[in-house]
Design a protein around this ligand. Sequence first.
Ligand code: 3PG
Length: 277
Amino acid sequence: MDKVVEEISKIGIVPVVALEEEKDAEPLAEALCKGGIPCAEVTFRTKAAKDAIHIISTQFPGMLVGAGTVLTTEQVEQAVAAGAKFIVSPGLNPKVVQYCIDKNILVIPGITNPSDIEIAMEFGLEVVKFFPAEAAGGLKMIKAMSEPYSKMKFMPTGGIHIGNLNDYLSFEKIVACGGSWMVKKDLVAMENFEKIETLAREAVRKMLGLELMEIPDLCVNGCITIGTNFMERALYHLRLQGVAFDEATKETDDKGKIKAIYLKGESGSQAVQLVQK
Ligand code: 3PG
């Protein structure tokens, strides 16, 4: 898997943001990072996009910043020069896709039908954006289209919110969900970055679904078991919070996916294990 796709997949949520003024780029990026989503797709729907990408990529080097609503090769050039690590488009423009491939930058073009998936495959792409996701048939449509194109992966965007996020993410062909629900224009306009941070944190919590599964009998040498909806994403996000895992305790399933791992260190006298729910 492409390294950037892998990172997007672990982050799980791609906030789609339109910034009217570049002064908002720094507090927005800070709010997203504090809320646990070190990622942003800054859309070229506003004039501030290029400068906003530059500010985020230079001031928040740990953040994965991409450009969205990229419609022309000129915009690809501006986005890459500003530090974008990936390019997203609402549709599949062969010129834009080829230009990105030539520039060796990840491109995720929008599609809604099998013909466009086949064009994407001709370009050798492994991920497409499914846009506008809810209006174009939602998860049901993605599942139906995945049947003949078993290798293609999707990043649905459009109409995704905290309530349907996990339905999408639970389908293995979906690498991540894009959406603007935690970075709405009015929140940015009102400079309500605290709310953006809260919404980001809430989205990560909902996605990971961390939950105490078992509290051992204190007399038994058992362990505290915490379940998660998505093991790889939980590992990524918990590591971001400074949690360390004991790699030697990793248990995998027959596909090589981690199903359980112990945290390093102890909570009181009990070991803590993270498990896939
Ligand atoms: C996009 O640009 O990809 C969408 O407009 C985001 O869709 P949403 O606002 O419904 O999340």
